[in-house]
Design a binder for this molecule. Structure first.
Ligand SMILES: Cc1ncc(COP(=O)(O)O)c(C=O)c1O
Length: 476
């Protein structure tokens, strides 16, 4: 009998890399286990999970929205409404009843594209957000945005010469999925000097180079607001990007999972690509992704999301539907999560005040942590940090001495991974090194999230570590 080994598997799987859950995260987990021992010998008493945008993870403090959980509870077990009279507000009871009427049991497979009633609600949400019509037939509910991204990439890649334009730095779902389906990433660089903006010129350069190498560019990925940068696109840039897709016959893949994470809504506004494409009356094929994992909902484990197709022909939509139906249906509890995200309580409804209080608290915490961290990081020697207007992250650049770079090499590590490992081992703060997201040759970064409570305390620790590291590895 032949033994199953990694070498006997699809080689594409071995090429997949996903740093967000890589070496640092595994080591942080080991530290966390060790901390349970009485004499753990570690120089810290807790691990700070600054590495992952998982708002409700243990140790982080984003509270689940009461409305979302109450509707979930009553759709899971409908008799609860009568068994616990007066516990659930009347709008929650009404919403759960309405959903159950449409869905039946959440233990049954739904329509492969997602429950029609929930898709109609998603279409209304998009229409209200953008001021342009949305068609429920063009909306596909998914198990998080990841499932939709993966499906679209699997359909677009026709061989190793198919390329997709990926921002650098990027969220590694894109390169990982491209590796899985044997496609070629075409990296384009975001401009750190102008607050991580997206430069149409840099995409043009990347396109030219790819075409010269015989790669056929199929799609452009834009993450707005950005991960790991937190940058927010301006409408004029979005218009230029749509025009670029027109000129080069590219499908636009708009990852908009952070659309609700805008830190100052008086000065910054999220504008969807659906709105820009509609306003321009552009024929560009657009797929826009959204999720229940981020924003104020933060329900990563519920696996809810959707994508909307714009300017996609009926035969292609039929193929998307066919592939969705191979997976039978999106998680039904995730679909209910999408419904509560796109139909939150309205002013005057019984659940509104609490919902408003909870969502305001989440927005305020993210905004203040982001500001405090960016301000203090920028005061450290050899560190510069763009203050991000959106998403959940900061992506500071660290300039490392020759001595630090050599020390990293002697341990077989990238310099930023070495820095991040030292930070973890000395302080318990877990971040993700920039090499996991991509960066320019010779530059080093790390990503840290703005989700951890106790910002003053851990920024103090981070500052102390950085100063120690700098003086220890001072080249002179
Ligand atoms: C930019 C971006 N897109 C997509 C996802 C996937 O999210 P989910 O599959 O949980 O919706 C993430 C998760 O962190 C992300 O940062």
């Amino acid at each position: 009998m032949r033994i199953l080994t990694p070498a006997s598997l699809n080689p594409a799987i071995r090429n997949v890399q996903y740093a967000v859950r890589g070496e640092l995260a595994i080591r942080a987990e080991a530290h966390r286990e060790r901390l349970k021992e009485e004499n753990h010998g570690l120089p810290f008493d807790k691990v700070i999970s600054s590495n992952i945008g998982n708002p409700q993870q243990k140790g982080l403090d984003q509270q689940p929205l009461t409305f979302v959980r109450q509707v979930a509870a009553l759709t899971e077990w409908p008799p609860l409404a009568d068994l616990a009279p007066g516990v659930f507000p009347p709008d929650v009871v009404a919403r759960a009843k309405e959903l159950i009427r449409e869905i039946g049991s959440i233990g049954a497979y739904s329509h492969s594209q997602g429950v029609p009633f929930i898709r109609k609600n998603v279409a209304n949400f998009i229409q209200e957000r953008d001021g342009y019509p949305a068609d429920p037939a063009h909306i596909f509910l998914t198990a998080g945005a990841s499932a939709g991204v993966s499906l679209l990439i699997s359909m677009l890649i026709t061989g190793p010469n198919s390329g997709i334009l990926i921002p650098i730095p990027q969220y590694p779902l894109y390169t990982a999925t491209l590796a899985q389906y044997n496609g070629t990433p075409i990296p384009y660089y975001l401009d750190e000097a102008s607050d991580w903006s997206t430069s149409v010129e840099s995409i043009e350069v990347a396109l030219k180079e790819a075409i010269a190498k015989g790669i056929e560019p199929k799609a452009l990925v834009i993450i707005n607001p950005g991960n790991p940068t937190g940058a927010l696109l301006e409408e004029s840039t979005q218009e230029r990007l749509v025009k670029l897709c027109e000129d080069h016959s590219l499908v636009l893949l708009a990852d908009e999972v952070y659309q609700a994470n805008i830190h100052n809504r008086a000065t910054h506004q999220f504008i969807s690509f659906k709105k820009v494409v509609s306003k321009m009356q552009s024929p560009v094929p657009l797929v826009s992704f959204h999720s229940t994992s981020k924003g104020v909902t933060g329900e990563c484990g519920r696996r809810g999301g959707y994508f909307e197709c714009t300017n996609i022909s009926e035969p292609v939509l039929a193929l998307v539907y066919k592939m969705m139906s191979v997976g039978l249906c999106p998680v039904v509890s995730g679909q209910i999560g999408v419904d509560t995200m796109v139909r939150p309580p309205k002013p005057g409804e019984p659940s509104y005040e609490l919902w408003k209080k909870e969502t305001d608290a989440t927005h305020a915490a993210l905004a203040s942590r982001t500001r405090i961290m960016a301000e203090r990081l920028n005061k450290l020697p050899g560190v510069s940090c763009v203050n991000s207007p959106g998403a959940l992250y900061l992506y500071p650049q660290i300039r490392l001495s020759k001595k630090a770079i050599e020390a990293a090499k002697s341990r077989g590590k990238e310099p930023d991974a070495f820095y991040a490992l030292e930070l973890l081992d000395r302080t318990g703060i877990c971040v993700v090194p920039g090499s996991g997201f991509g960066q320019k040759e010779g530059e080093w970064h790390y990503r840290l999230t703005c989700l951890c409570p106790g910002v003053e305390e851990y920024v103090n620790k981070l500052e102390r570590f950085h100063r120690e590291f700098v003086s220890e590895y001072n080249s002179s």
